[in-house]
Design a protein around this ligand. Structure first.
Ligand SMILES: [Zn+2]
Length: 294
């Protein structure tokens, strides 16, 4: 066969393939419909086994909607608690799932420049938001403030910046009303599925699981159908992160390092050359302990 014919043939074959559309889905649990307290959110809670299934069903709703909208490859990151919440047998066989910690890029593990879109499911507001069910940033037990370049920030915005570093836009999120408003205030008007309205830290007016799953499906399809409207979210480098602790000693000991400043008794500051370096620093901060084993 002459080269021209091969080129024509391969051109025909290329046309027959659906265009590549790779989607990263990061899944947390506090923003899942019905979740309001540790009873649903932690192993040992009397409703946890049911709520890990609801969390899974919301993630699967996003997966199925993404596939219906043309996604050819989907990576799901289990990003709550121990990272072992999602019932992996409930996902379609062509989905891959990231589990457990520690891992680089945290809730955005696996994202890179080959992805076309990012989606957040089950997200919650930041620890500095006076509203929002279970509002916290990385650790409700240990951290009282996280700010990037001087602005208090929510996990969703930090994760959007990690995706943005690779040129990947966040196009849709689900969670309570406070979580959605907080991410949109930084990232812009992404599509969103409001799973519940917060009435306080431990109370919400919620959709049922099936209604929430249906809404998530609708919003994922809507987002992917106009994904060219969404731009990657970027933090201008260098990126300075301020972290305040509930306790005194983490700030004291971290400040032994020359790369760490200590603006006040309970706070430290680190400047990274970009958001990935800050992300690595935050992973270290939230996972390092001399008692790490093996
Ligand atoms: Zn969580």
């Amino acid at each position: 066969m002459k080269p021209l014919c091969i080129a024509l043939l391969s051109g025909t074959l290329a046309l027959a393939q659906p265009p590549k559309l790779k989607v990263h889905i990061s899944v947390d649990m506090e923003g899942v419909a019905g979740a309001v307290t540790g009873d649903q959110l932690m192993p040992g809670g009397f409703e946890y086994p049911r709520f890990r299934e609801f969390m899974t069903r919301e993630a699967v709703a996003a997966v199925n909607a993404a596939k219906a909208a043309g996604a050819t490859e989907i990576l799901v990151a289990d990003s709550h608690g121990n990272g072992e919440n999602l019932l992996i047998e409930m996902f379609p066989a062509d989905v891959r799932i990231i589990r457990s910690w520690p891992r680089r890029q945290g809730m955005m593990a696996g994202v890179d420049a080959s992805f076309d879109a990012a989606i957040f499911i089950g997200y919650h507001a930041s620890t500095n938001n006076p509203q929002g069910v279970r509002a916290h940033t990385f650790s409700s037990a240990r951290l009282t403030r996280v700010a990037l370049n001087g602005t208090v920030i929510t996990e969703g915005a930090i994760n959007a910046a990690v995706a943005g570093h690779f040129g990947v836009p966040v196009i849709m999120m689900s969670g309570d009303d406070a979580a959605i408003a907080e991410v949109r205030s930084v990232v812009g008007p992404i599509e969103a599925a409001e799973t519940k309205r917060n009435l306080g830290f431990h109370s919400a007016n919620t959709l049922t699981p099936s209604a929430s799953q249906e809404l998530i499906g609708q919003k994922v399809r809507a987002a992917l159908s106009r994904r060219k409207d969404f731009k990657p979210f970027l933090f201008k480098p260098p990126v300075t992160v301020d972290v305040s602790f509930k306790s005194y000693l983490p700030a004291e000991v971290l400040a032994y390092l020359s790369i760490i400043q200590r603006p006040d008794s309970h706070s430290i500051r680190f400047t990274g050359k970009d958001i990935l370096e800050v992300s690595d620093f935050l992973q270290f901060l939230t996972h390092y302990s001399l008692a790490l084993e093996p």
